[in-house]
Design a protein around this ligand. Structure first.
Ligand code: AMP
Ligand code: ZN
Length: 458
């Protein structure tokens, strides 16, 4: 098939929308930073993996084979990204009264269950930091041989002074940093220097390994560089993660690869913007919300997937229950309308072209969703509508053919019960206020006499 437009992606390195070209023909090497498995993933983390999933689906739609590698951070990510504080795994283990190994495997498994529920395709290669210690040590040793490291009493550090273009990704101002932001310096020479290997020292650690420098554990950034190189080579096409990775994690990955290999590690660097709760950041340690929390309110996982498609990956998305309820209503409606369409049609060429133009332009999913609604209302044949929408769904991943019973969210049911009770007590004004709230959540209230209320999607 001839593609009406090439894939264009916004590259954080250049801050521009660039035509996507691969190193090897028709094959994409993609590395996605994976979860730190000391706690449950929150719906913000999951937004980033949904973005990566849409990216791989769009690339595959364009005929690329995608080699997608994702790590599991099961050691070495310290409480603060600037190498200070405790290892999140050890801290999480203490908090939960289990071993660091136990919680690592448990939260990893829950994470994959979440991905499955969200219909996220599994990466072709998943790799754990703890199973690649040798590769990380070899990486650090090479940096040491090339003169990019120094030793302090608590570890081996990367000397950012030695790399002229350090911090290009984040447009970091090294001088400004030196005098400005608060970074735990300890014996670091520059605030931007970062740990490659940390010594266990006096601490009682559960996860530690011998190394040429002493017993300890790898720094967080080195795991991604070492594993990416092992599975994708010294140079590959795309590296992705959340926006928080720009100033530290990805900046440091770029630095250590450039120091070791003499060139940039990946050609494209893509970043998913954060999901926020009432305009606050969501974090595992602070305000948190899991996929499970949404299911408990009777929303389906794919309603959350739909919600994330309504915002571009490069804009913040503010999570509200009302927004999720709207997404659930829209998804149910889309499935119901699709169920009424007969099989046997063909993908409509004009709609396919418009769809590809949208998704290929830096994954414009909000407009691609809007186009799907236009297909329903268009004058193409019913059979072709179905075929066209199922073609779109290869990227949406909404399982539009799935026929799920429409569940009334618990939140709506509670409001309806309260309203009925108020009505029975003759408190009509208060009851009407609750009716308005229910309507705002996307439901219509039908009274059957004075004793029963039924709820229906609007
Ligand atoms: P972590 O488990 O903390 O290593 O994070 C896993 C992924 O989630 C990383 O790519 C982060 O950049 C990303 N992430 C963290 N918080 C959010 C958020 N609120 N919204 C979207 N992505 C996030
Ligand atoms: Zn990473």
């Amino acid at each position: 098939m001839n593609y009406p437009s090439p894939v264009q992606l916004f590259n954080t390195l250049t801050r521009t929308l660039q035509p996507f070209r691969t190193i090897r023909e028709n094959e994409v090497g993609l590395y996605a930073c994976g979860p730190t498995v000391y706690d449950y993933a929150h719906i913000g983390n999951l937004r980033t993996y949904l973005f990566v999933d849409v990216l791989t689906r769009v690339l595959r739609l364009n005929g690329y084979q995608v080699k997608h590698v994702m790590n599991i951070t099961d050691v070495g990510h310290l409480v603060s990204d600037d190498d200070s504080g405790e290892d999140k795994m050890e801290k999480g283990a203490r908090k939960q009264g289990k071993s660091a190994w136990e919680i690592a495997r448990y939260f990893e498994q829950v994470f994959f269950t979440d991905l499955h529920q969200l219909n996220i395709d599994l990466p072709s290669q998943v790799c754990r930091a703890t199973e690649h210690i040798e590769e990380q040590i070899a990486f650090v040793r090479e940096l040491q041989e090339k003169g990019f490291t120094y030793r302090t009493s608590d570890g081996i550090y990367f000397d950012t002074e030695k790399l002229a273009n350090y911090g290009e990704l984040a447009k970091l101002d090294k001088k400004g940093l030196a005098s400005g932001i608060r970074v735990e310096m300890a014996e670091k020479k520059l605030p931007t220097d970062f740990a490659l290997w940390k010594f266990s020292g006096e601490q009682q650690r559960q996860m530690e390994w011998p190394s040429p420098w002493g017993i300890g554990f790898p720094g967080w950034h080195i795991e991604c560089s070492a594993m990416a190189e092992k599975y994708l080579g010294k140079r590959f096409d795309i590296h992705v993660g959340g926006e928080d990775h720009i100033p530290i994690h990805h900046t440091n990955e770029i630095a250590q690869c450039e120091a070791k290999n003499g060139h940039i590690q990946a050609n494209f660097w893509l970043h998913g913007y954060f999901l926020q709760l009432s305009n606050e950041k969501i974090s595992k340690s602070g305000t948190s919300m899991r996929l499970e929390s949404l299911l408990q309110q009777s929303y389906t996982p794919l309603a959350y997937r739909y919600l994330t498609l309504t915002a571009h990956y490069r804009s913040h998305l503010n999570f509200t229950w009302q927004g999720l309820s709207g997404a659930q209503t829209a998804l149910n409606r889309m499935r119901r309308r699709l169920a009424d369409l007969p099989e046997g049609g063909q993908v409509d060429a004009a709609f396919r072209e418009r769809f590809i133009v949208l998704v290929n332009r830096d994954l414009n999913m909000p407009q691609a969703l809007a186009l799907a609604w236009q297909v329903f209302d268009s004058d193409i044949s019913l059979e072709d509508k179905r075929a066209t929408l199922l073609y779109f769904d290869r990227v949406f991943g909404l399982q539009l053919e799935r026929n799920e019973e429409i569940i009334v969210p618990a939140q709506v049911q509670v409001l309806a019960d309260k309203r009925l009770a108020l009505k029975q007590q003759g408190r009509y004004q208060e009851a009407d206020k609750l009716r308005d709230e229910i309507v705002a959540l996307g439901y219509q209230v039908n009274d059957v006499g004075n004793h029963t209320t039924t709820l229906q999607r609007r």
